[in-house]
Design a protein around this ligand. Sequence first.
Ligand code: ADP
Ligand code: MG
Length: 677
Amino acid sequence: MLNQPVLQVKGIGEKFAEDLANMRIFTIEDLLHYLPYKYNVLEILPLSELIHDDKVTIMGRVLYEPSLTFYGRKKSRLVLTVEVENVAIKAVMFNRSFAKKQLKPGDIVTLTGKWDAHRLQITVSNYRKGAQEESTDIQPIYSVKGDVTSYKLKKVISQAFKDYGDEITEILPSSYLKSYKLPTRKDTLRMLHFPQNNLELKHSRRRYIYEELLLFQLKMQLLRKKHREATDGNTQNYDEDKLEQFIQRFPFQLTNAQKSSLEQILRDMRSPYRMNRLLQGDVGSGKTAVAAVSLYASVTAGKQGALMVPTEILAEQHYQSLKELFGDLASVHLLTGSTKTKERRTILEGLENGEVDIIIGTHALIQDDVKFNDLGLVIVDEQHRFGVEQRRTLRDKGLQPDVLFMTATPIPRTLAITAFGDMDVSAINEMPAGRKAVETLWVKENMFERILKFIEKHVNNGEQAYLISPLIEESDKLDIQNAVDLYHTLLEFFPPEIKVGLMHGRLPSDEKESVMKEFAENNIQVLVSTTVVEVGVNVPNATIMVIYDAERFGLSQLHQLRGRVGRGDKQSYCILIAEPKNEVGKERMSIMTETNNGFELAERDLQLRGPGDFFGRKQSGVPEFKLADMVHDYRALETARQDAEHIVQNGLLYNDPSYENLRKLLEKDPSLQTKMD
Ligand code: ADP
Ligand code: MG
């Protein structure tokens, strides 16, 4: 009866139970699963190994009657002399006058506190009469609220264990315990609360982490299965011959990776279940071509397609290139926040009556009063963060199209199989042939003039350059080179035949559009910009990317910026101007110069930053575990994923009795009971 309220436990009264409720501990089960957030490991070391100023634990015999002195109001100082390894050590305790009565000459004491190696003195924070049984003593420390202390909590948990411990049922089949050498569920909890030694701690943590990850993966995969079974009948019967012809329109051959991703997408579109797929591909791997073919598939199936992108610049760019690509095969339109009212009305009508085949735009596309005639496919480019939200919006509009998310922000495998565990994933893991790796250099600011001369030389060769500055306005707090200043500096530096352009988020959108157009047509050779060009912008003739204050950007963002060059067949360069203040900053710059591989880079970024930061703080969908850590427990995560797959694919939860307890536990999860989006 572990689901009884904690009040049932001896030693827990109303007030205690209230405090526990504030810690979200309601039932006995909650209590048993409330784990220490850390452990104090008290290890008795020989005196010679104690380090000055460290927190240490020593054991010895009280030599004389302790001397107690009072000072100030109610303050006291108790000094003991303790014999340790035949050396007389002074132990000082503040405001513990009561200890004088407890500690008599001849008593053995264990003392923990700060060690002063020069005076052979310990300032005691914790003491215990008697010897510590083992040379190592591990004390659990819980995060607590109200009047609850770690000590009190430990006591009631121990009581709960005594009275209810036998009810902790094993959920893993015994074959798992055997092959992974895992302790039972009950032993695991006991050892996590009351570890006897480091080994117990290690094994119990290992088991708990595996269990957390397995449950999580099972949940994700069950959800995914549910998505698939929830057939909405949105089969898209596209015309294969037309697609073949369409692919001939590209001035290049699709790479094998593009082909196989496309096959997976098309298979989903043809099937009756709703596609929920993530297409991952490093910057420049050619996701747009895959998107274009998929959109055309919808059109040949008599439906409409939508391509949603995060910025107007990108929407404009996709619009231009897709319009050209489709020619009169499909009617392609652009809808953004700055589409003029009259035009907007025409487009909305066309969407509703089905005259518009393909619509490209920012996220206003699905949020506004936009109604579709028959929306078959939605592609969301470069916007993995908002996936969940947008799926919900679509559903709220009564639309159940196939959905494809494309991302060039390389999501490390660890995150892809957790945060996106309920999606299918396709990866373009191959670059178009003939690409030269971008050469990345890290320099200091005093190199600036030389960089400009370098740019001048390449521009005279017919190439183009970006210079990225982080902010558009000067701020006295941050001495960031401002884009406008930079623009003026360059105007002065370069001869008049080299045209310099300025791009930032606050420009009116028609001006943005014209600047990008001028740059794309090489009427502007050097573009000073903020990070608005970060995602997706495709000007293959640009070969130099200079990033100011590079240490202020995240690695993934730097990689995105770098991805703006190296898109043609000429050698490209990425120059990072940075003077990082700390080691992590220096490390990040070095990583950039060492690898061009977005996935490798993302893994290393994740290691430096931790998963919480990877998507920004408020990223939803990154699960919180009690003990598991997606970066450090990567191997366990992978094992758990495979095991979960095996369990779900073979229906073991339902047809193998040894999985019964596991199934029962999962059935308690609310998200598995109600239909998710
Ligand atoms: P991203 O994956 O970053 O969105 P894009 O789709 O913008 O990449 O493609 C980058 C560039 O590569 C474009 O100029 C595109 O025309 C070109 N490209 C795409 N696929 C191929 C291919 N198979 N062979 C050669 N060039 C390609
Ligand atoms: Mg792209």
